[in-house]
Write a protein that binds this ligand. Structure first.
Ligand code: GLA
Length: 380
C-alpha cells in the first residue's frame, strides 16, 4: 500500500490581491470556441486590459462534452479542435493565465459532465493542460456537503501539483465566507449577476444594486488570498448606462472583489475600455490591505461607502441609487471604527482624475441619477 505523506492544502501564495481577468459566461454563454477565445486573448493585450492587470482568461461552462472510456474529460472536438493544451499554450504565449471551469456535482449547470467522482483525475488533466485557475460550480451536487465537496477538489488540485487559483462558485448558499478561507482563493457570495442595474429575477439572479446590498454584511470575511466574489462584470454588455457601469466597477473595487470582465473585448468601445482600465479605480480594488468597504452613510437614495487603504489613505464612494440627482454637501471628517479622518487629507476624484481639495472643506456638488463619485484621500 502506498501512503501519501503530502498534506493537502490550498496553494497559499496565490491571489494576494483579488484576481482580475475575463470570463466567457456573461457574454457568450455556451457559444464558445477556440477561435473566439484566441481572439479574446489577443484583445486582452491590444486593448491594454492585460497591462491594466486583467490576467486570467477563464473559459466557463460548455467547453466539455463527455468522458472517454478511461474517465478522462473530453473537450468539444468541434469547437476546440486543437485541444485545451494548445489553447492554454496560446493564452500563456500572450502573457496571460489560463482558467477552466467545472462543477462539484455530476453535471454542470448546462448539463455537461461534472467532476463528482473524478476530482483527482480532472485535476491532473487540468494540470497537464497548464491551467492556472479553476472555477468550480455547484449545480447537480446532490446531497453533498459543500465544505467537503470543495475540500475534495482543493486536495485534488494540490496533489496534481500545479498552482491553481481555486474559485468556489456555490452562490453564497451555504455561507462559504464562514468555511472557505482555507479551501479556496475566492468564493461567489451571491447568486448570479444579471445584466441590469436594479432588478432581481425569479431564480435569485441579482442586479448591481442587489449585489451591493448583499455585501453589506460580509465584508469582514474577505482579505488577501481569500476573497468575497461579487460575480463577473457586466460593463460593456450594452444594458447599463455609463454612470451605472462606473458605479458597478467602483463598488466591486470598494469590496475588493475579483474583477472578471464579462464583455466582448474584441469590439468594445473606447468608453468601455476607459471604464474597465481606470487604473486609479483598479488600484482601490488591488489595495494590498484587502479591506472591504463598509456603508458609512445612507440618506434616502444616497449611500456613502468607506474603505481603508494602505499608506494612511482611504476611499469614499458616493452612489446615487435613485432616478433624480442628489445635492452633496458632505463633511468627510469623521471617525469610523479605529480610523480617524481629520481635515488634513487631500481628496482626489478617481473618475475625473483630478484633485478636488482637502478634507478641511465639505465635498459639494451634484450626483446624477445612478452615478458615482469615487474619492481617494491621502496625506497632502
Ligand atoms: C452558474 C454560475 C455562472 C455560470 C453558469 C454556467 O449559474 O453561477 O457563473 O458559470 O453556471 O452554466
Amino acid at each position: 500500500m502506498i501512503v501519501s505523506t503530502l498534506q493537502a492544502q490550498k496553494f497559499e501564495d496565490l491571489a494576494k490581491t483579488p484576481p482580475m481577468g475575463w470570463n466567457s459566461w456573461n457574454k457568450f454563454g455556451c457559444d464558445i470556441n477556440e477561435k473566439t477565445i484566441r481572439e479574446i486573448a489577443d484583445a486582452m493585450v491590444s486593448t491594454g486590459m492585460r497591462d491594466a492587470g486583467y490576467q486570467y482568461l477563464v473559459i466557463d461552462d460548455c467547453w466539455q462534452v463527455k468522458r472517454d472510456s478511461a474517465g478522462n474529460i473530453i473537450a468539444d472536438p468541434e469547437r476546440f479542435p486543437s485541444g485545451m493544451k494548445s489553447l492554454g499554450d496560446y493564452i500563456h504565449s500572450k502573457g496571460l493565465k489560463f482558467g477552466i471551469y467545472s462543477d462539484a456535482g455530476t453535471a454542470t449547470c448546462q448539463g455537461r459532465p461534472g467532476s463528482r467522482g473524478y476530482e483527482f483525475q480532472d485535476a491532473r488533466t487540468y494540470a497537464s493542460w497548464g491551467a492556472d485557475y479553476l472555477k468550480y460550480d455547484w449545480c447537480n451536487h446532490g446531497k453533498q456537503n459543500s465544505e467537503a465537496a470543495y475540500t475534495t477538489m482543493r486536495d485534488a488540485l494540490y496533489k496534481a501539483g500545479r498552482p491553481v487559483v481555486f474559485s468556489i462558485c456555490e452562490w453564497g448558499t451555504t455561507k462559504p465566507w464562514e468555511w472557505a478561507k482555507n479551501i479556496g482563493h475566492l468564493w461567489r457570495s451571491t447568486e448570479d449577476i444579471i445584466n441590469c442595474f436594479d432588478c432581481k429575477n425569479y431564480w435569485g439572479g441579482n442586479g448591481v444594486l442587489q449585489i451591493i446590498d448583499l455585501f453589506t454584511e460580509i465584508g469582514t470575511y474577505t482579505g488577501p488570498t481569500h476573497w468575497n466574489d461579487a460575480d463577473m462584470l457586466e460593463v460593456g454588455n450594452g444594458v447599463l448606462t455609463p454612470n451605472e457601469e462606473r458605479l458597478h466597477i467602483s463598488m466591486w473595487a470598494m469590496f475588493s472583489s475579483p474583477l472578471m470582465a464579462g464583455n466582448d473585448l474584441r469590439t468594445m468601445s473606447k468608453e468601455t475600455i476607459a471604464i474597465l482600465t481606470n487604473k486609479e479605480v483598479l488600484a482601490i480594488d488591488q489595495d494590498k490591505l484587502g479591506i472591504s468597504a463598509t456603508r458609512w452613510m445612507k440618506y434616502n437614495d444616497l449611500e456613502i461607502w468607506f474603505k481603508p487603504l494602505d499608506g494612511d489613505a482611504y476611499a469614499f464612494c458616493f452612489i446615487n441609487r435613485g432616478n433624480q440627482p442628489v445635492n452633496l454637501d458632505q463633511d468627510l471628517k469623521t471617525t469610523i471604527k479605529k480610523y480617524v479622518v481629520d481635515g488634513s487629507y487631500q481628496i482626489r476624484d478617481l473618475w475625473k482624475h483630478e484633485n478636488i481639495g482637502s478634507t478641511s472643506e465639505n465635498v459639494k456638488g451634484s450626483l446624477g441619477a445612478h452615478d458615482v463619485l469615487m474619492l481617494r484621500l491621502s496625506r497632502k
